[in-house]
Ligand binder design. Structure first.
Ligand SMILES: NC(=O)C1=CN([C@@H]2O[C@H](COP(=O)(O)OP(=O)(O)OC[C@H]3O[C@@H](n4cnc5c(N)ncnc54)[C@H](O)[C@@H]3O)[C@@H](O)[C@H]2O)[C@@H](O)CC1
Ligand SMILES: [K+]
Length: 479
């Protein structure tokens, strides 16, 4: 099993809550797993010192203390009750008091006197640690290391970074680390780690959920262009598609949206929205002689969205082939451009966004059940060498290694243009995230936007209705 990063673990934790498995239930499972580990090291009646921090790592330790009330257990909180950062941890601290289990608050690091316990539970710092341990955690770590006790660490040895494995100048030397759900990258390969199942359902990892939106953050110090210059290469026979894709990119967080379109339709594309920067090229449709100039412009931007409204004239498909053969950046490929991808050798990082029919046209599998499709599309994406987002009642996003499934959206979204909106939103996210995450986030938000429109007005949804809803669809709880 490969490790799960702290950021990803937090997202999975939030997704589990959305599936009805609360973080408090997870804390209960974590604490009881820690208690089971203690039982492997010492018998009831032995003395156990529980040292807890102010976050959920401490909360797990409070739960463990409660499960060990047939031991001589005493709990030390490094701070005052009011400084406990979460309700679920505070309620487990309060439960110890109600159960009359010995507990005390330590506000001055000099007070950390653990006595001579048989076992110490290290619930000081977990995946929420930032930087080297500060006081009183620092002194507490030294006190734990100074005992002869068997030390059981909750999730991560305090002072060690779960993602890198790097230990600060002061870090707990654990005899056993009880980590939760999946190993942590920084602890892989160690023989003192126990991975405890805490009841997180696998859909919390597979299905895109509200936890994934935590990755969509706006750094307040950002300035123009940090969040992506998206370049839509589309239009020709059609004008609405590139305009929808470009507007969707802006609504999904891009700073600038450019559109390259034949001069015959450029004004019409511009007419849809003053927010777009429309650059025209001569002629009726995209042809190979437009490619060099487009590659230059693409080189100054972060992501290309290739395909909306391009049409499938032979000259256009040749141009798409030529563009992809020389483009080395990131691109979303959609609509008629998709059929070219299997035949072109490219350095570009692509996210292909076919619906089921377009996937078959690419030589991909036809499968109606999403579980079967997940398997077959993983194989197809692996062979293709690019990320594929196959739209359907359940969207499947995979690069052949990592796979996510999106359940948002509704039958009202089969209306024309929703694919252009999805392509543009994927483009915006591809400027910031890796391909699978970009596709997963865009599919989730696009479907959520469609659900919001249908909830509000019933069916009869227009693709352009999604645009107004997209910003809200990307917002997450602690925004
Ligand atoms: N994500 C999950 O799925 C679950 C997480 N759980 C537990 O929750 C933990 C993460 O909890 P939190 O995110 O609340 O954070 P932690 O409890 O890991 O630590 C953060 C706390 O320590 C303080 N702190 C951070 N860096 C510090 C430093 N360098 N020196 C001194 N104090 C520092 C912070 O002020 C905060 O109070 C996990 O390690 C795990 O033990 C479990 O409850 C089970 C479920
Ligand atoms: K810990």
């Amino acid at each position: 099993m490969d490790g799960i990063s702290s950021r990803r673990m937090a997202a999975v934790d939030r997704n589990a809550a959305a599936l009805g498995v609360s973080t408090k239930q997870l804390m209960e499972s974590s604490g009881s797993a820690v208690a089971r580990a203690v039982r492997r090291h010492a018998d009831p009646g032995a003395s156990v010192a529980v040292v807890a921090g102010r976050g959920n790592n401490g909360g797990d330790a409070f739960v463990a203390a409660r499960f060990l009330d047939d031991y001589a257990v005493s709990t030390f909180l490094l701070g005052r009750r009011e400084s406990i950062t979460t309700d679920i941890s505070r309620s487990n601290w309060d439960a110890l008091g109600e159960a009359e289990l010995p507990r005390e608050t330590v506000t001055d690091s000099a007070q950390v006197a653990l006595g001579d316990p048989d076992v110490v539970i290290d619930g000081v710092l977990g995946t929420g640690v930032t930087g080297a341990p500060r006081e009183p955690e620092r002194t507490a770590i030294e006190a734990m290391n100074a005992t002869d006790a068997t030390v059981v660490s909750v999730d991560v040895p305090s002072g060690t970074d779960a993602d890198t494995g790097e230990a600060a100048d002061v870090a707990v030397e654990a005899d056993e680390i009880v980590t939760f759900h999946r190993p942590k990258p920084g602890l892989l390969g160690r023989d003192d780690v126990t991975v405890a199942d805490i009841g997180i359902p696998s859909p919390a990892e597979t299905f895109v959920g509200p936890g994934d939106l935590q990755a969509v953050t706006r750094d307040p110090q950002a300035h123009k262009g940090d969040f992506g210059r998206v370049f839509v290469v589309g239009g020709g026979p059609y004008t609405g598609a590139p305009a929808l894709a470009a507007q969707a990119a802006l609504r999904a967080g891009a700073d600038l949206a450019y559109v390259a379109a034949p001069d015959r339709v450029a004004d019409r594309v511009q007419g849809y929205s003053e927010d777009l920067i429309v650059e025209s090229y001569d002629g009726e449709v995209l042809t190979a002689d437009h490619v060099p100039a487009l590659l230059d412009r693409a080189g100054e931007r972060d992501v290309v969205v290739l395909g909306p409204g391009l049409g499938s004239a032979d000259a256009t498909l040749d141009a798409v082939h030529g563009f992809l053969a020389d483009y080395e950046g990131r691109a979303v490929v959609d609509a008629d451009a998709l059929q070219v991808v299997p035949d072109v050798d490219t350095e570009a990082t692509l996210v292909c966004t076919p619906h089921q029919g377009e996937l078959v046209k690419m030589g991909g599998p036809r499968s109606d059940d999403w579980r079967e499709r997940r398997e077959t599309v993983e194989n197809f994406a692996r062979d293709l060498g690019h990320t594929v987002l196959v739209k359907g009642a359940y969207d499947v996003v995979t690069d052949g290694e990592t796979t996510r499934v999106n359940r948002t959206g509704n039958p009202g979204m089969t209306v024309g243009g929703t694919g252009d909106v999805l392509a543009g939103a994927t483009g915006a996210r591809l400027a910031v995230h890796d391909p699978v995450e970009a596709g997963a986030l865009a599919a989730y938000a696009n479907g959520k936007a469609g659900d919001a429109v249908v909830d509000e007005q019933g069916y009869g949804l227009l693709a352009s209705d999604l645009l107004d809803e997209l910003p809200r669809a990307f917002k997450h709880d602690d925004d």
